[in-house]
Each structure stands twice: as structure tokens, then as C-alpha cells.
Design a protein around this ligand. Structure first.
Ligand code: NDP
Length: 413
């Protein structure tokens, strides 16, 4: 079994024990309700036929339609997709959304496809899973390697298949196709809000704190941007090209420009250039791992200097590494809490789409921020009251509680 899936099982088992839930609930939630495996044929630009493997994992729908992103990544496995779908069930529950959890993936390196090939693959994936998705069944969104343009192709393909426009079937669409401008930055914005709320309670405030961001994609870019907007000093940013570091603070807008224009953050014109993992180990108060799972592990956790870890990525800290961090007095704000801004915003977009409305950016962002602040406060006070040893335990216990109540109300257990 993949390390990531083993880790999610460990977290689930521990939370079920600490929360005094029945053991049979563990067996119920340890496996997804449905797994769809598809082969997607794509005609490549050179005339060749390539076949890509894809998945849609539907973990649990006790609370409502399945909801979760689609990952395009060359190393993605079905087991990792199951782990991600499980996390979505608990994330959606924790944030009070009327959704269950799901996740999709295609094993492909999207950077190696032309735009037309990427479009054909995106449409092919939708045709392959069309029977199990829909605005009231399972609502996908982006994850690593996918973006609003891909959601636009997907919602268009799905609408053609259904014979009418179905805007609410996908979220994080571009603003010109039923999206909302806030969704582009919602995940990173939420990560920065969670960091600010945690720093206020644990470190006496967020302003002036040194922040390091590992991963500079959709999550990391906006986590860095909003951290700077909230008054923190972003000292290190990494992507696969390397790290840019400046103890006096980076100009985040300039880093965003370098990333957008050249695809590499190391083309930021100033600062020191280091290897891609250096942002994990620099002198910083807050670390935001925002790239991949299993980033902070037992073999490298000793080098992490931050006093607060805020998980932008899903599953970036392994359970044994987290235990070491807590042993040193470092608080970890868990993924299902910290990066929930993306799916909360997806929910707001879905609500707009079901009503054929378009909400303004400012009011939408205020609503998203309010929900993140409230959820953070709820988890933090339960954590301080001792519901769970770590903030992750607490978040999972609250999330499992809501799923379990729905399961019982439905008469499934
Ligand atoms: P992206 O593909 O947009 O970005 C991933 C970033 O991580 C890229 O900048 C990539 O570098 C970088 N990266 C990958 N591997 C490494 C490495 N070894 N060292 C340094 N940097 C690395 O993905 P997202 O931002 O969408 O997703 C990131 C994480 O956030 C994932 O765990 C995802 O599940 C989670 N998440 C995303 C949400 C969303 O709305 N997008 C919602 C909730 C969670 P490069 O740019 O060079 O490729």
C-alpha cells in the first residue's frame, strides 16, 4: 500500500480511537464506496495514439454529492487517489459543506502535452467518467496539474453530453464561463487566513513573521501573495526549479511575475538561489508546505526550523514527523483545515451556478474569509479543550463526528 494511503489510514484509526467512535466505523471509512478506472485514448499531434489511465474515486457520500479535484501527474497512483478522496470526505465535513468526498486523477505529465493534446485528454476523461459525475452526484475541480481552462473544457464536454448547459457540474471554472474570480486564489488565500489565525493565537500575531512557501503553483502562489498582504515577510519560495531566499523578505509580486513569464521561480531577479527543498529548512517562523504529500518526513523533520507549519498541500507531513514537531512545540495546522478555502469557494461557486447568479468578488471573498475564520476558531477551541492531542486529531474528530451522524441518520450503520 502506498505510504500516503497508509498514513491516511493511520490518521483515521487514531482519530476514531481518540474520538471514541465505534471500531466498525473505521472499516466503513477505510475504503471508498466506488472506484472507477478508465483508459483514455488520445490522438497526439504527431498522429500517434496514446492511452492514459485515469481514476475517479468516490469515497463517501453520506453528507451529499462527492466533491474533490482532478490531478494530472505522471506519478499518480490509484492508492494515492484513494487517500486524497478520503481526505476530501473529512475536509468537506469539517467545513460544514453539504458534500461527500471524491478525487480524480490521470497518470500523465501535462507539461509534456501540447494545448490541443491536453484539451483532448480533458474531454476524453469526462467522456470516460460521465456516468458517475454530475451537479448532484459528483462535482470535480482542479488539483495538481489542472486549472480553470481544463475545467472549462470539461464543463463544455459534459454539457454537450447532457444536451444542455450544466455549469454546476464542475467548479473553479474561469470567470467568463460561470466561475468566480475568487476561486483562482481561494486555496492559497485560505491557507494565509489559517496561518494568520493560528499565528495570532500561538505566536502573538502574523505581521512581520517570516514565512517560507514550498511549492509555487495554485496553492503556494496565492498563499505567498496573501501572507504578504496580511503583513508577513515571505523569505523563501520554491518550485521544482529551486528556491529563492532573502531573509529581508522577497517581493512576492516580482516572484509571481518571474513564475508566470518563465515558469521558474529561480528566475526571480534578486535573492539567493538554493535547491528545491531549501525552503523547508530556512530560518522562518511559518512554513507552508504547498507542493506534494510526504514532504516533511522522519528523515528530514530535524532540519525544519519553523515554529508553525500550515499545510497548503494535502498530506505533506507524515504522522511520525508530525509527532516529532509536536514534541518540539511546533503546531501543525492540518491540511483539511488549512487548505479548505478551495473547496469552500467551490461550494460558493456551485451555489451561484445552481441559481444562475454571479456574485461580486469582494462579497464572495468576505464570505470565504468568514467561513475560514469561523472553522479555524471552532477547531482551535476544541483543540485547546483537549479534543485530540494535535490540531489534526481535533479536526478529524469533528469531521468524523459529522459524517458519522449522517451515516446513522441514513440508517447505514
Ligand atoms: P500545482 O500543480 O498548481 O502546483 C504544485 C507546485 O508544487 C508547483 O509549483 C511545483 O513546481 C511544486 N513542486 C512539486 N514538487 C516539488 C518539489 N519536490 N519541490 C519543490 N516544489 C515542488 O498544484 P496545486 O497548487 O493545485 O496543489 C498543490 C497542493 O495543494 C497539492 O497537495 C494539492 O492536493 C493541494 N490542494 C490544491 C487545491 C487547489 O485548489 N488547487 C485545493 C486544496 C489542496 P513546478 O511549478 O516547478 O512544477
Amino acid at each position: 500500500m502506498s505510504i500516503f494511503l497508509q498514513n491516511v489510514h493511520k490518521i483515521l484509526r487514531r482519530s476514531i480511537e481518540l474520538g471514541n467512535f465505534p471500531e466498525e466505523l473505521y472499516y466503513f471509512l477505510a475504503k471508498p464506496q466506488r472506484i472507477v478506472v478508465v483508459q483514455i485514448p488520445v490522438r497526439m499531434d504527431d498522429g500517434r495514439m496514446a492511452v492514459f489511465e485515469g481514476y475517479r474515486v468516490q469515497h463517501n457520500n453520506a453528507l451529499g454529492p462527492y466533491k474533490g479535484g482532478i490531478r494530472f501527474h505522471p506519478e499518480v497512483t490509484l492508492e494515492d487517489d484513494i487517500a486524497l478522496a478520503m481526505l476530501m470526505t473529512f475536509k468537506n465535513s469539517l467545513h460544514g459543506l453539504p458534500y461527500g468526498g471524491g478525487k480524480g486523477a490521470v497518470r500523465v505529465d501535462p507539461k509534456r502535452l501540447s494545448e490541443r493534446e491536453l484539451e483532448r485528454l480533458s474531454r476524453g476523461y469526462v467522456r470516460a467518467i460521465r456516468g458517475v459525475i454530475g451537479e448532484y452526484e459528483d462535482i470535480p475541480a482542479p488539483d495538481i496539474g489542472t486549472n480553470p481552462q481544463i475545467m472549462a473544457w470539461m464543463v463544455d464536454e459534459y454539457s454537450v453530453l447532457r444536451g444542455r448547459n450544466v455549469p454546476a457540474a464542475f467548479t473553479a471554472k474561469p470567470p467568463e464561463l460561470w466561475g468566480n474570480p475568487v476561486r483562482e486564489y481561494a486555496t492559497g488565500f485560505g491557507v494565509a487566513v489559517a496561518a494568520r489565525e493560528a499565528a495570532k493565537r500561538e505566536l502573538g500575531g502574523f505581521e512581520g513573521l517570516r514565512v517560507a512557501v514550498h511549492g509555487f503553483g495554485n496553492t503556494g502562489q496565492w498563499a505567498a501573495y496573501w501572507s504578504a498582504r496580511f503583513g508577513a515577510r515571505v523569505v523563501a519560495i520554491s518550485d521544482t526549479s529551486g528556491t529563492v531566499y532573502d531573509p529581508n523578505g522577497l517581493d512576492v509580486e516580482l516572484a509571481l511575475k518571474a513564475k508566470r513569464e518563465t515558469g521558474k521561480v529561480v528566475n526571480y531577479p534578486k535573492g539567493e538561489k538554493l535547491g528545491p527543498d531549501a525552503s523547508l529548512y530556512v530560518d522562518a517562523d511559518v512554513l507552508m508546505p504547498s507542493a506534494m504529500e510526504n514532504t516533511i518526513r522522519l528523515d528530514n523533520v530535524a532540519k525544519v526550523k519553523a515554529r508553525l507549519v500550515v499545510e497548503g498541500a494535502n498530506g505533506p507531513t507524515t504522522p511520525d514527523a508530525e509527532a516529532v514537531l509536536y514534541g518540539r512545540g511546533v503546531t501543525v495546522v492540518p491540511d483539511i483545515l488549512a487548505n479548505g478555502g478551495g473547496v469552500v469557494m467551490s461550494y460558493l461557486e456551485w451555489l451561484q451556478n445552481l441559481q444562475w447568479q454571479a456574485w461580486k468578488e469582494g462579497e464572495t471573498r468576505d464570505r470565504l474569509e468568514g467561513q475560514m475564520v469561523d472553522t479555524f476558531a471552532r477547531v482551535y477551541s476544541a483543540y485547546r479543550e483537549g479534543r485530540g492531542v494535535t490540531m489534526r486529531d481535533t479536526a478529524f474528530i469533528l469531521a468524523i463526528d459529522r459524517v458519522y451522524s449522517a451515516i446513522r441518520a441514513r440508517g447505514w450503520m
